[in-house]
Design a binder for this molecule. Structure first.
Ligand code: C5P
Length: 219
């Protein structure tokens, strides 16, 4: 097949999804938010009190979880067993749990399988933590995004505030730091830059500027 994969990895709240959506729009590719899949799994684990140490329970839970993307206007619309959960997976309870759930080997094996299926026949832009290293090691384009942690926390805080009036900047900063720590130090496919990934530090870039940078690397 001659479909193209653009893999975007990086730390939490680095603007990966902003760039991925813009690129997908520009290139007429499908956007896939792999983090939303781990978040939906974390939501299911929370709701059903899944004991993460219990391999049998985890395996059974994974069998009971059915995820689907409905791409409209390049936003992430994800369903968990036919229920729209796109908003709920962004809330703090899920953000606090997701990196622990995403460190479980069985969870990753299943999600990677589904992600690879999505990129098999269509040109896609996928963002996450292990897309260029594990999911699509042969991706034609790989970007690794980073930005100053304080800037990242401020951006995410502003984004969350309208729907979470009680949230604090400190809480958001701590959550990002905590997830980055868990994501880079875990045993199963830790967040690491693929050797052939282009680094994009967007601390001082606008969304438009980072899109132009990425496009210049793709041409
Ligand atoms: O991308 P987002 O920040 O929504 O991802 C939420 C969490 O899901 C990450 O902090 C990470 O623990 C996990 N994740 C992952 N691998 C991916 C995408 C996300 O482990 N490819």
């Amino acid at each position: 097949s001659n479909n193209i994969v653009v893999a975007i990895d990086g730390y939490s709240s680095c603007g990966k999804s902003t760039l991925a959506k813009a690129l997908a729009k520009e290139l007429h590719f499908i956007y896939v938010d792999s983090g939303a899949m781990y978040r939906a799994v974390a939501l299911y684990f929370l709701r059903n009190n899944i004991d993460m140490q219990n391999h049998k329970q985890v395996a059974q839970a994974l069998k009971n979880i059915h995820l689907n993307f409905h791409s409209r206007d390049y936003q992430t619309h994800i369903t968990l067993n036919d229920e729209e959960v796109s908003d709920e997976i962004r809330l703090m309870p899920v953000s606090e749990k997701v990196s622990t759930v995403a460190a479980i080997r069985e969870v990753r094996v299943e999600m990677v399988k589904q992600q690879q299926r999505l990129g098999k026949s269509k040109s896609i832009v996928m963002d996450g933590r292990d897309i260029g290293t594990v999911v699509f090691p042969d991706a034609q384009v790989k970007l690794f995004m980073t930005a100053d942690p304080k800037i990242r926390a401020e951006r995410r805080y502003k984004e969350l505030l309208p729907k979470n009036p009680d949230i604090t900047l400190e809480e958001v900063f701590d959550n990002l730091a905590h997830r980055d720590y868990q994501d880079t130090t875990r045993e199963e496919s830790p967040l690491v830059r693929a050797e052939d990934a282009i680094i994009l530090d967007n601390t001082d870039l606008t969304p438009k500027e980072q899109l132009l940078f990425a496009l210049s690397k793709i041409e």
